[in-house]
Write a protein that binds this ligand. Structure first.
Ligand code: SAH
Length: 225
């Protein structure tokens, strides 16, 4: 898989995408991530990438030409399954979308900044718009990192024990049961006895009950699916 991220602030993405599970997936060759700054196609000697919005609203808007040229450069090299724009009014990211995108070959993720991007980019070039939730961030970079991370950890081989993705929250529309590690008692706070019982059947039953109870209480809408 290959993910190309278009951003005017690539620095914001360098660290989140080079460590831990994502960093290891890159090292293992499971995914390539490339950051591209459309500023190289910016206007004039100052390589301008943003301008005032028509209509006079406050805030700068990413200009169409540098972003268009950046996308065209990438599209001349390979075909893309999706050109995704990170946007607060897009479809809200969930595990289903992450699962679906983890099966793709080549993705472009486009990050807005300032007030957003020229709407013609969304109308004519973008194939999908994704939000990380109903709140506004300063730029699409952190949302892009969230989206890329959610996809990459699902690529087979990215997690050392693949089954650990299967038992994650949402993977079967259920939340995860509580988890514990040693010591069995700390400060008088105990790990549930059943987990120390060594009886896999009892443990499984307890985990299933807990998962269902937590889902009913914390995310009831998942059970309606
Ligand atoms: N004026 C826009 C917000 C711009 S925020 C509006 O009201 O919709 C600047 C950029 O941050 C956006 O272009 C988008 O790429 C990104 N962004 C902000 N919040 C986001 C969210 N919840 N999900 C995904 N991207 C977001």
């Amino acid at each position: 898989m290959r993910i190309d991220i278009i951003t005017v602030v690539p620095e914001l993405l360098e660290s989140p995408l080079s460590h831990s599970i994502v960093g290891r997936a890159i090292k293992k060759g499971l995914v390539e991530i490339h950051l591209h700054n459309p500023r190289k196609y910016g206007k004039g000697p100052r390589q301008q990438v943003d301008d005032y919005s028509y209509g006079g609203d406050a805030g700068m808007v990413l200009m169409i030409e540098p972003v268009y040229k950046m996308i065209e450069e990438l599209r001349s090299e390979r075909t893309y399954d999706e050109i995704i724009y990170m946007s607060p009014d897009g479809e809200i990211l969930d595990q289903g979308i992450a699962n679906e995108l983890s099966l793709k070959g080549n993705l472009i993720i486009l990050c807005g900044h300032y007030k957003g991007i020229d709407h013609r980019i969304r109308e004519h070039l973008v194939t999908r718009e994704i939000s990380v939730g109903d709140y506004v961030l300063s730029g699409g970079e952190i949302p892009a990192a969230i989206l890329a991370d959610s996809i990459i950890r699902l690529i087979p081989g990215a997690l050392t024990d693949e089954t650990s993705a299967l038992s994650d929250c949402f993977q079967d529309d259920l939340l995860s049961p509580p988890i514990y590690t040693r010591p069995a008692e700390f400060n008088g706070w105990k790990v549930p006895d059943v987990l120390l019982s060594g009886n896999p059947k009892l443990i499984r039953e307890w985990q299933d009950e807990q998962a269902l109870e937590r889902t009913k209480r914390l995310r009831p809408h998942l059970l309606e699916k």
